[in-house]
Ligand binder design. Structure first.
Ligand code: KG4
Ligand code: ZN
Length: 356
């Protein structure tokens, strides 16, 4: 009964989206942010409530998956109420429910998926499944409503580092990816080794501002893909060596040096890809897109090549449900993404890149 009703409503939205307002209630719980948003017609964010667990996980030096799941469970009801209140809508106004079902921490994802399924079922609404990484790309459509594919997307998050060609609203083709760690993961590890705490990216970013990139960590960085394991290990070895020899570590210099190698390969690979595919626009997606050094270096490089660069404001770079609602909308109007009550969390969900 539910499945038929939801399918009927979904098909009706697909058919009539140009003549009606579509309000999507989106739920994001893939890591340590519990977020619910109400998004109108894809890009108009009526509310985007984010309850961060950073303070809870700080004392452990990183996200503890079980603790994350429990706190999502505790937060969801209040976040939902706040999201509806802020948007000045009720559940009766909602056209569809969207949820991140991967990639992320399996337990954390499961909490959001089950919450979304319960809401969809109780309200007889279509349920739209969203890939978290694609959501990060969609954050750009919110920030720049006039932005249209095709463009090149540089995906830089805690779990992913990749360049893709965003061919249209639902298709991405892989250009290159990391052969080992993700860039955000490396930032977090470097911060941990330097005793800077969690989350590492923003702290390393800040510390670097007063440092010089004067430490040669590795001989070079790849320009035909990404690699972060070598740089990360080089920082660990450098710190150990200094400690053993009683040499005082200049933390800002280590941070600035790490950033030089971490960001250098992102910039070079991005420009190379733009030239190869004659792309005129690049967008950044994911938490590391909040990095000020990456933003300024890529801005300079794109300017020099006549390439237009877009990146979302800080608040839309890190995890949030508005980008999930936006991504769900573009799936919906293309007639894809409808899920049913069998939907489950997929922690290793890939971008499902189409092959070139
Ligand atoms: O996209 P995101 O919020 O979560 C994932 O989907 O992974 O990305 C989180 C990552 C973390 O590794 C965090 O340290 C990094 O983004 N990050 C940053 C900055 N802000 C967040 N890395 C470098 N500089 C920043 N300013
Ligand atoms: Zn993310």
């Amino acid at each position: 009964m539910y499945e038929e009703l939801a399918k009927e409503k979904f098909d009706n939205l697909v058919k009539n989206y140009e003549n009606m307002d579509i309000l999507i209630l989106a739920i994001e719980s893939s890591c340590d942010e519990t977020s619910i948003a109400v998004v109108k017609n894809g890009t108009e964010v009526l509310s985007n409530i984010i309850s961060s667990q950073i303070d809870i996980h700080k004392r452990f030096g990183g996200v503890v998956p079980e603790v994350a799941s429990r706190n999502h469970l505790l937060a969801l009801n209040n976040v939902l109420k706040e999201a509806l209140d802020k948007a000045k809508v009720s559940l009766d106004d909602i056209s569809a429910i969207a949820v991140t079902y991967g990639a992320g921490l399996v337990g954390a994802l499961m909490v959001g998926v089950n919450f979304a399924k319960s809401l969809a079922y109780a309200l007889n609404l279509p349920l739209i499944k969203v890939n978290h990484i694609k959501g990060h790309i969609s954050a750009n459509y919110i920030a720049f409503p006039e932005l249209k594919p095709p463009f090149i997307s540089l995906i830089v998050s805690g779990g992913h580092t990749a360049l893709v060609r965003t061919v249209d609203y639902t298709r991405n083709e892989l250009i290159c990816t990391t052969i080992d760690d993700a860039v955000g993961e490396a930032y977090d590890k470097v911060a941990k080794v330097l005793g800077l705490g969690y989350p590492g990216g923003p702290i390393v970013d800040k510390m670097s501002k007063s440092g010089e990139p004067n430490i040669q960590l590795v001989k070079s960085y790849p320009t035909d893909g990404f690699s972060y394991s070598g740089i990360k290990t080089a920082v660990i070895n450098y710190v150990h060596k200094c400690k053993q020899q009683g040499i005082e570590i200049n933390i800002p210099d280590v941070c600035a040096s790490f950033q030089y190698y971490a960001v250098g390969q992102l910039v070079e690979n991005t420009i190379k890809a733009c030239k190869k595919f004659r792309a005129k626009t690049v967008v950044m997606a994911g938490g590391v897109a909040a990095n000020s050094y990456l933003r300024s270096e890529l801005t300079k490089a794109c300017l020099a090549e006549g390439i237009e660069l877009r990146f979302p404001p800080m608040s839309l770079c890190t995890d949030n449900a508005a980008m999930i609602g936006c991504e769900a909308y573009f799936n919906l109007i293309s007639g894809v993404g409808l899920a049913d009550m069998t939907l489950s969390a997929q922690s290793n969900l890939n971008l499902k890149f189409s092959s070139r």
